[in-house]
Design a protein around this ligand. Structure first.
Ligand SMILES: Nc1ncnc2c1ncn2[C@@H]1O[C@H](COP(=O)(O)OP(=O)(O)O)[C@@H](O)[C@H]1O
Ligand SMILES: [Mg+2]
Length: 348
């Protein structure tokens, strides 16, 4: 909302874009952690690794701080890989954060890419690699390094040498999982006191990178209907209500199922209920069932951050397209509301 209120060339737009990116990465990190414990569908696309590095470079620089020199050594005509861009950004971030932690007094960090052909019978650094074409990503630092004994364990989930509260031991385990999922390899070359070099080989994609989607801001569909937004997280509910009002809707708000029932009893007509699913006391599903038994014409959107909740899955099947996966952008919310309501009545 802040970004939309700034003029097109305002200098502050740079900052709002960084805030957006950080929020998106945070969402993707949460997704990663969910993926780590359950199974999550990833969205691999054919992509240019150099472009992902380019897009994340600013954030990486900020993460590692000013005491560490950040260099990118990107190979020209790099082959494409097939991967989920958020996951690749996640890999980069985890490697850079580890390098930062290994260089408390500063140093240098180099992110490099290259094309590698592993020939049949060749003696590569890693004997487990299947011969073929790979795209190499390496992150090299001048930090404390890793002893051979530790190298055997660092990719294990929850293995950390950092103090309680600092390390999770999940960074390298996630990287290992992501890389393996794509048929790639990851290993470390290091000597104590000599820095560390983490190398990843990702299989070359058969296809080439498609044309870029235009990043032009779209205008969102508006409306004048009456909406009831039920969400127990105050910040989210208020942001949603403000935004939907700015699109022309009349918006009623409630922070629980019980409050929603009382708001609804005082309101003559409601076109659409937008409700969180997981709420204490009364779930969004119970609420929508109760309201729909009183008002069969009421349309509903359920929102949730969980995808594999059994109750929710059944709910989605039953209620058709009325599901909104959290986190969502404001644009997604606007389109979902319009889609669920149907086309606005045209005035003659
Ligand atoms: N660049 C590096 N230099 C030195 N040690 C490293 C580096 N990267 C990872 N490590 C070692 O591997 C361990 C596991 O890393 P990771 O899985 O990312 O978990 P965490 O960073 O939370 O400890 C770290 O605690 C550290 O001992
Ligand atoms: Mg780490």
């Amino acid at each position: 909302m802040l970004q939309d209120s700034l003029p097109a060339h305002d200098a502050l737009r740079h900052n709002t874009r960084e805030i957006m990116k950080a929020a998106e990465r945070a969402a993707s990190l949460t997704g990663q952690m969910l993926a780590f414990s359950r199974k999550q569908i990833i969205a691999p696309v054919v992509l240019d690794l150099n472009a992902v590095i380019d897009e994340t470079a600013n954030m990486l620089k900020r993460l590692i701080g000013e005491d560490i020199e950040f260099r990118v050594d990107a190979a020209k005509s790099l082959w494409a890989i097939e991967a989920d861009p958020d996951q690749i950004a996640q890999v980069l971030m985890n490697l850079c954060v580890n390098s930062r932690d290994a260089m408390p007094k500063g140093g240098a960090l180099t992110v490099a890419t290259g094309n590698v052909t592993v020939a049949e019978g060749s003696i590569d650094a890693n004997p487990y690699i299947v011969p073929g074409d790979y795209v190499r990503l390496s992150v090299t630092d001048t930090g404390t390094g890793v002893s051979k004994k530790l190298q055997e364990r660092i990719f294990e989930p929850f293995f950390t040498t950092k103090e309680v509260g600092k390390g999770t031991g999940l960074g390298l385990a996630m990287i290992y999982g992501i890389v393996k999922q794509s048929g790639g390899h990851v290993w470390v070359d290091s000597e104590p006191g000599q820095g560390a070099c983490f190398t990843i080989y990702m299989p070359r994609a058969r296809a080439t990178v498609g044309p870029e989607l235009s990043a032009k801001p779209e205008t969102q569909p508006r409306g004048a209907e009456i909406l009831l937004v039920v969400e127990d997280e105050d910040a989210l509910r208020e942001a949603m209500c403000d935004y939907l009002r700015s699109l022309g809707y009349t918006v009623l708000a409630a922070n629980s199922g019980r409050e929603a029932l009382s708001v609804a009893s005082e309101q003559g007509h409601i076109d659409l209920l937008i409700t969180d699913v997981a709420m204490p006391k009364m779930s969004g599903r119970e609420l929508s069932q109760m309201l729909r038994s009183l008002r069969p014409e009421l349309k509903t959107i359920h929102m949730s951050g969980y995808t594999d909740d059994a109750v929710l899955r059944h709910g989605i099947q039953e209620l058709g397209a009325s599901f909104l996966q959290k986190p969502f952008s404001l644009g997604t919310l606007a389109r979902k509301v319009r889609d669920t309501l149907g086309l606005p009545e045209t005035k003659h």
